[in-house]
Design a protein around this ligand. Structure first.
Ligand code: SF4
Length: 486
């Protein structure tokens, strides 16, 4: 679809709103076009202020902004969004659950608003200004309360560490990560040299953190599927961490053991011995047909067995990821998944909504469309009821673009078992140093809000062939902290 802007360039929010109402269309921006058949957002001077309008095929919505409005530019942007929202709402009859809120971190905004205007003011702003539905406002509020408590434990010198292992046993249909399927011989060949260089990067990054006097809060090994590595490779990675980072200050050490078909007793015992405190076993669904459909090579029973093995070995903080909206899944089948997972009683359950990523197989090859919002709404509502009854509370959340029904991803936990890294990373409260292919170091100004990213090479073969360039990129960590002394 075309989006025509006249008299302003608030394109970011306007484009995002178009995607909310037309998730399967690519939005193309044009400027100053005169064509009533094109959706047009216009800003014009009006008596005592500005008129922000949206017009399409003869329908029109106007929103007035007085010229003495505080934060005039922000008010104009909000008004442009509101005019588009009203126009598209009337045209489609669709009411988005998150209203005009298109950002990926609703709880971060909620925390800021609570600090500025208190809980009542924040609630009103969500519902009356941003038109967020009351149940989503309540969810964001509940998450904000939990996150705020966790965020307060972060210090100006805190950092978290992320390691990327971008290999998986096969590729899930919805995946857009850089992860390589080690099913192919060429990808399998990369694993050993990759691990050798990852150990070197851990050493280099550890030296930087040590010289800067930073304090390690959490460690997260993700990917990909870290448990595609052998037990001895996992042991080497954990050993490098212990040798180069002050693990005694780390309050959490998570490893994603996402795919049950990569997990063995030996690997789990290795991780537990190495001090891993939390693992994530991610069945996504307990429906075997859906598992086949999404390209998984394990059964629901194998996921359950994997969980039981981890418990037996001694893991007392386990997360399980689920996805609502997977193709061929239904609300009754999703309820059975929730029942099955609840029976295992993991400490954390993360409920994602399917997002249609442009580079995923389901979009590039299967031409999947963002449909089925009503079914996903039912799944999420069932999840919320069952998890609340089961003693879980929502502690972190984020949203993704092209998410079926414009819903959200929520981490639920039993009290005291929150995945701290998830909160620190999502709310960008302190620096995350990252190692490995596709990893992004996110530097956070110790006493301010400045954020800067340092990108590693995206693909394993680039990481391996251009490794020596990484050290140069990472010198920015030191100069960043010198600029923003804490
Ligand atoms: S397990 Fe995760 S990273 Fe690996 S292919 Fe599936 S979605 Fe992608």
């Amino acid at each position: 679809m075309l989006l025509n802007l006249c008299g302003h360039d608030f394109h970011y929010e306007c484009e995002n709103l178009c995607r909310v109402f037309y998730p399967n269309d690519a939005v193309q921006l044009v400027y100053d076009v005169v064509d009533p058949a094109v959706l047009t957002s216009r800003m014009e001077k009006a008596d005592g202020g500005y008129c922000l309008s949206a017009a399409w095929d003869g329908a029109r919505e106007d929103v007035f902004v007085p010229q003495d409005a505080p934060d005039l530019s922000e008010a104009q942007e909000l008004a442009a969004s509101l005019a588009i929202y009203r126009l598209l709402w009337r045209r489609t009859g669709y009411t988005p659950p998150w209203g005009m809120l298109t950002g990926v971190r609703p709880s971060k905004l909620m925390i800021t608003l609570i600090h500025e205007m208190g809980e009542d003011g924040a609630r009103r702003y969500f519902e009356e200004t941003l038109l967020v539905q009351p149940d989503k406002t309540a969810l964001a509020m509940a998450v904000a309360r939990q996150e705020d408590r966790i965020l307060r434990a972060s210090r100006p010198d805190s950092f978290s560490l992320y390691l990327s292992v971008p290999f998986c046993p096969s590729r899930c249909s919805y995946c857009s990560f850089v992860s390589h399927s080690i099913g192919s011989a060429s990808a399998k060949k990369l694993v050993e040299p990759y691990v050798a260089l990852l150990l070197r990067e851990i050493e280099q990054t550890g030296a930087i953190a040590r010289n800067l006097g930073l304090r390690l809060e959490t460690v997260y090994i993700g990917g990909g599927t870290p448990t595609t590595l052998s037990a001895s490779q996992l042991s080497a990675v954990c050993g490098a961490l212990a040798a180069n980072f002050p693990m005694d200050t780390a309050r959490e050490f998570t490893v994603e053991a996402g795919r049950p078909d990569t997990v063995t007793r030996e690997k789990l015992e290795t991780l537990l011995r190495a001090g891993v405190t939390r693992i994530s076993i991610n069945p996504q669904t307990l429906n075997d047909d859906v598992l086949v459909h999404i390209g998984r090579r394990h059964t629901a029973k194998e996921a359950v067995d994997c969980f039981r093995l981890a418990r037996e070995i001694g893991f007392d903080n386990i997360n399980m990821d689920l996805i609502a909206g997977l193709e061929t899944d239904t609300p009754p089948s999703f309820r059975r998944t929730l029942d099955g997972i609840s029976a295992l009683s993991p400490e954390n359950i993360t409920v994602h909504t399917l997002a249609l990523k442009r580079s995923s197989r389901m979009v590039t090859e299967e031409n999947a469309q963002a449909e089925g919002g009503a079914a996903v709404a039912e799944m999420l509502s069932d999840a919320q009821k069952m998890l609340t009854l089961g003693g879980y509370t929502p502690y972190y959340m984020y949203r993704q673009s092209r998410c079926v029904g414009n819903f959200e991803n929520v981490g639920w936990c039993r009290p005291g078992t929150e995945g701290l890294y998830n909160v620190y990373m999502m709310e960008e409260v302190h620096t995350v140093l990252a190692c490995g292919a596709g990893a992004v170091t996110k530097l956070r100004e110790p006493h301010g809000k400045q954020i800067e990213r340092v990108f590693n090479f995206k693909y394993p073969y680039e990481y391996i062939s251009r490794f020596d360039e990484l050290a140069e990129r990472k010198t920015r960590i030191k100069t960043f902290y010198e600029e923003y002394t804490y």
